[in-house]
Design a protein around this ligand. Structure first.
Ligand SMILES: [Zn+2]
Length: 363
């Protein structure tokens, strides 16, 4: 059902969203979007750690080109971040991938120690709730790319101990044990290679340890192989819908239905590359907030409201949708959804509650 909201209520919503939705609604605002207070806004895929490590950036400062640091998160009401420990196996082959992952985790810990007033390292859903309730940004860790385990199951408990709560099975390029949606160099689509026996062991071990299986980036076959054997809800942390944006990195409607049956969640990705519709590809059109909202609509239509979240891919070398330059612009998405008739409860689920449910289910 569509709700007509006044300009005043919309302004109030924007204002409150900027404050992390913590303020009480003005008595005259009708209907008041501020009734969703307090709202957990969780970005399930933020890629700033390699910038922190390689450029010596700090999360408390602004540089002009970053898509998310503490000032932007504060302004955008983003109060939970899943920091991506991204390992590129072409750049860091073999054991070097492990070294790189460890260095990124150390950079994360260093930033949390540097900004204790703003960042709270978290590894459970309860910790995220407590951190956000105290006005801090909940900081979670997820690994992007199974190359980080260098074919060694024993590294999984180590990463779990470090606080890692998800691992994307592959990044670009096949691993020895899991197929990726794209070849590394050519980026040609690959849909055939799935999980090997060892790949299945990785999924079982992740289930056992409480490391969520993330199926962004993987081949269709890997998606189906993993979801068939996972005994916990999985995530697709930062991908879109192939039905709207024909890119091999995006998921089909059938995959969305499987994800819903598994109890999992997909996070809408803000990158133009993964948002561009066939029409926009043809006429040179630019994806914008409406394109992102269309993606959310499609995910909700196929998978259901309980299975959609946000995984921006900010700082992952992306050009974001027009109007969503950085994390400070995040409330624009809630407003766009509000205008399409999403209720406070719906928005709250998409903003963070759905991902938190899966986090808890994997504990
Ligand atoms: Zn990615």
């Amino acid at each position: 059902m569509r709700t007509v909201i006044s300009a005043f209520a919309l302004t109030a919503f924007l204002l409150v969203a900027n404050l992390g939705l913590a303020a009480a609604p003005p008595a005259t605002a009708e209907p008041s979007p501020a009734s969703v207070s307090p709202m957990i806004v969780l970005d399930a895929h933020q890629d700033c750690l390699h910038r922190i490590l390689d450029r010596d950036d700090n999360l408390g400062e602004t540089y002009g080109d970053e898509q998310g640091n503490i000032p932007e998160w504060k302004e955008g009401g983003v109060n939970a971040i899943w920091f991506s420990v991204w390992v590129n196996p072409a750049k860091y082959p073999g054991r070097l991938a492990v070294n790189r992952a460890v260095a990124l985790i150390r950079a994360f810990n260093h930033q949390c120690a540097l900004y204790p007033k703003y960042l709270q390292p978290c590894s459970t859903a309860e910790q995220v709730r407590r951190a956000t309730a105290s006005g801090k940004i909940a900081a979670l860790l997820g690994i992007e790319g199974g190359a980080a385990i260098n074919n060694d199951l024993d590294l999984l408990p180590y990463y779990r101990q470090q606080g890692v709560r998800y691992m994307t099975l592959t990044w670009r390029g096949n691993l020895a044990w899991a197929g990726s949606s794209q070849a590394h160099e050519s980026r040609a689509p690959n849909r055939e290679m799935g999980l090997t026996d060892f790949g299945r062991q990785v999924v079982h071990e992740m289930n056992r340890l409480g490391i969520i299986v993330d199926l962004s980036h993987v081949s269709d076959q890997t998606f189906y192989d993993a979801i068939a054997i996972s005994n916990k809800p999985v995530i697709v942390s930062h991908s879109n819908c192939r039905a709207l944006a024909p890119h091999p990195r995006n998921v089909t409607d059938d995959m969305l239905r499987r994800l819903a049956a598994n109890g999992g969640v997909i996070g809408v990705n803000f990158s133009r590359d993964f948002l561009k519709t066939a029409e926009q590809k043809q006429d040179g059109g630019t994806p914008d907030i409406k394109t992102v909202a269309d993606e959310v609509d499609h995910m909700v239509k196929i998978a259901g409201i309980d299975h959609v979240g946000m995984g921006t891919d900010f700082d992952g070398g992306i050009t974001p949708a027009s109007g969503l330059k950085n994390a400070a612009a995040t409330p624009k998405l809630w407003v766009a959804l509000r205008m399409r008739g999403y209720s406070d409860e719906d928005i709250r689920k998409i903003a963070g509650e759905n991902f938190l449910r899966v986090l808890k289910a994997n504990e």
